[in-house]
Design a protein around this ligand. Structure first.
Ligand code: 5GP
Ligand code: MG
Length: 184
């Protein structure tokens, strides 16, 4: 590993925190019954590992499905996020937990929540591995507040634990700060 990366959270720290979040979520949703399980919507692709470990640590009935929203190119947001998968998932009468890798400007979660709110979900909560509150668009500061946050971080561009930079570095075990300027 060269000097363009530095560790922000170790794999062990992520796994410990993930167990705590799973306990909080299981407690908050203990009323959930098997005939109407918690509908977990994992955002592709960054949240896949976090969601897989998180749902398996839950002690409540849940069903998992996947959504994909395009919002980033390299280290820059791409304007309005676009649904690429899962827009039509039936959430009517369901309690929904969206699992996200990182909430940044908030526009992706805003798009997702608006879509599913309009389709009759009973409740929609967000669990995110990372939150960058200082990056939130001002008009979303009061509305996009994730319910379960692994770690709240400063304004770094991070990779690893599922997060990529143009499809690289997803499989790094630790969450690393990536400094593209240090590239040679
Ligand atoms: P938002 O719509 O909140 O600005 O961005 C959400 C999406 O942008 C995240 O789901 C993630 O895919 C991507 N993103 C935001 N910040 C970072 C980051 O620091 N690293 C990586 N790899 N992706 C990020
Ligand atoms: Mg994402």
């Amino acid at each position: 590993m060269n000097e363009q990366f530095s560790i922000l959270k170790t794999d062990a720290e992520v796994r410990t925190r993930l167990k705590e979040l799973a306990a909080d979520i299981s407690k908050d949703f203990q009323h959930i019954q098997p005939d109407n399980p918690l509908l977990v919507l994992c955002t592709l692709r960054g949240a896949v590992f976090f969601a897989a470990d998180l749902v398996r640590a839950l002690s409540i009935p849940c069903e998992i499905n996947f959504i994909k929203v395009k919002s980033y190119q390299g280290t820059r947001p791409v304007g309005s996020p676009i649904f690429e998968l899962g827009e039509q998932i039936d959430v009517k009468g369901r309690e929904v937990l969206i699992i996200e890798d990182i909430v940044d400007t908030g526009q992706t979660m805003d798009t997702v929540i608006k879509n599913f709110n309009d389709k009759g979900a009973v409740s929609i909560r967000i669990a995110t591995m990372l939150d960058k509150p200082s990056r939130r668009y001002p008009h979303l500061r009061a509305t996009i507040l994730p319910d379960y946050i692994g770690f709240s971080i400063e304004d770094y561009f991070v990779v690893g634990w599922g997060l990529d930079y143009n499809e690289d570095y997803r499989l790094l075990p630790d969450i690393m700060i990536y400094h593209p300027d240090a590239e040679t």
